[in-house]
Write a protein of this length. Structure first.
Length: 417
């Protein structure tokens, strides 16, 4: 009976406890279940406890161990025969890969999880986690419309980690659509929410806030956002926060502190670092060499970054790279084709039909990321009227998504007045 109670506590703690409590509950349940002999190791409760432990490890940022636990559970007989448990494992494995930049595998695994969940209902977080994984993939491939679609489909996300990552995705969409202030505000609010219960998630959000400040041209603010993360002479060690180390190195470089940048980059240079921070660090090193007027020395570094990112179609770090690197990529056939395509595009053709005054008003609300219901309330019209205006905007601008409409409207200068 005790083992059953602790197992159920572990499942509950996965959704309600802080990261430390969730991990402690899962490990206590695993000890109790293993010691009683009352439960077959291939039964439902042991499988649920193993998944709870894997999710708790993800919340601690221990991705290698979490991946091992989840892969082991998915491969066991119970993991394969209990469809909901199997789909849950796959969804969180996809989430792990998406955060680390292994986008192709994340996309495949998340899709497999969602396919399984169409045949079996699940009380767990597999559906939300899979959609958040796909949203992260889309965001890193510079497709904010798809990212937004998956993030909204995931709502409401029952697990703390998926909720925190959903905020990061929404902020990323806002930044991509030209709203950096809104993105920064959202990241700070999410960070405040995560800090008491999920330190790793809070650190992850802090890095994204620093990256946003850097992209907006504020290296001092980026360093302020990071605090001690990724600092060579302070705790925690850069190896534990490779994303933070790459952002910190870039910030020091843009403050003309080359030696500091070089020292930090050395901590994320080896192949043990996950793909995304490794690509980001390579781009900072390429920028550093370009600043030394060494384009020939920067070429192999940039080549390595492109080679690593191409199979995953990982684009966002290249879009967020320093201006020197973006200039090189804009004149490189590979960069023009795969990474900075919009820089090389011909000017867009105007819409085939002018937008009405009401359609322009709706379009401005779309730029503020309002829902259909919120637009209807703001304009004092029905939801169906708003939908009609949105369809007209999409048809006239030749696009099929709201975010694509906003992007095209900006390109055409329709939002300038």
């Amino acid at each position: 009976m005790r083992a059953c109670v602790t197992a159920l506590d572990a499942v509950r703690a996965r959704l309600t406890a802080d990261a430390d409590g969730a991990l402690a509950s899962a490990e206590a349940a695993q000890r109790d279940l293993g010691g009683t002999g009352a439960f077959h190791p291939a039964g439902t409760l042991p499988a649920l406890v193993r998944v709870a432990r894997g999710v708790a490890l993800l919340r601690h940022g221990d991705f290698d161990l979490a991946r091992a636990v989840l892969e082991d559970t998915a491969a066991r007989p119970d993991g394969r025969t209990l469809a909901a448990v199997h789909a849950d494992c796959l969804a969180h494995l996809a989430l792990t890969d998406a955060v680390e930049g292994y986008l192709t595998r994340a996309e495949h695994t998340a899709t497999e999880s969602l396919t399984a969940l169409t045949r079996h209902t699940s009380p767990f977080d597999g559906h939300a986690a899979a959609h958040i994984a796909l949203a992260l993939v889309a965001l890193d491939r510079c497709d904010p419309g798809t990212a937004w679609s998956h993030a909204t489909t995931a709502e409401p996300a029952p697990e703390p980690l998926t909720r925190h990552l959903a905020h990061r995705i929404t902020a990323g969409v806002e930044a991509a659509e030209g709203h950096p202030a809104a993105a920064a505000s959202r990241l700070h609010a999410a960070l405040t929410e995560a800090a008491p219960t999920d330190p790793w998630a809070a650190d992850h959000l802090r890095v994204e806030a620093a990256r946003l400040a850097l992209v907006e041209g504020h290296p001092d603010l980026a360093l302020h956002e990071l605090g001690s993360l990724g600092r060579v002479d302070g705790a925690p060690a850069p190896a534990a926060h490779p994303d933070a180390a790459a952002v910190r190195a870039a910030a020091h470089l843009r403050r003309n502190e080359d030696s500091r940048a070089q020292q930090i980059l050395a901590t994320v240079a080896d192949g043990s670092v996950a793909l995304r921070p490794r690509v980001a660090a390579l781009l900072v090193e390429a920028e550093r060499r370009l600043r030394h007027r060494s384009p020939l020395r920067s070429a192999p570094v940039l080549d390595t970054a492109l080679r690593l990112a191409a199979p995953e179609r990982l684009r966002l770090p290249f879009r967020q790279a320093g201006p020197d690197v973006r200039h090189v990529l804009a004149t490189d056939p590979r960069g023009t084709q795969y990474w900075l395509g919009r820089l090389a595009e011909t000017p867009p053709t105007p819409p085939v039909e002018a937008l009405t005054a009401r359609e322009r008003e709706v379009l401005r609300h779309l730029t503020d990321l309002l829902t259909t219901e919120e637009i209807a309330e703001a304009m004092v019209v029905s939801v169906n009227t708003v939908r009609t205006h949105v369809r007209g905007i999409l048809r006239k601008l030749g696009v099929n998504r709201r975010y694509a409409a906003v992007r095209r409207a900006r390109e055409l200068g329709l939002l300038d007045d």
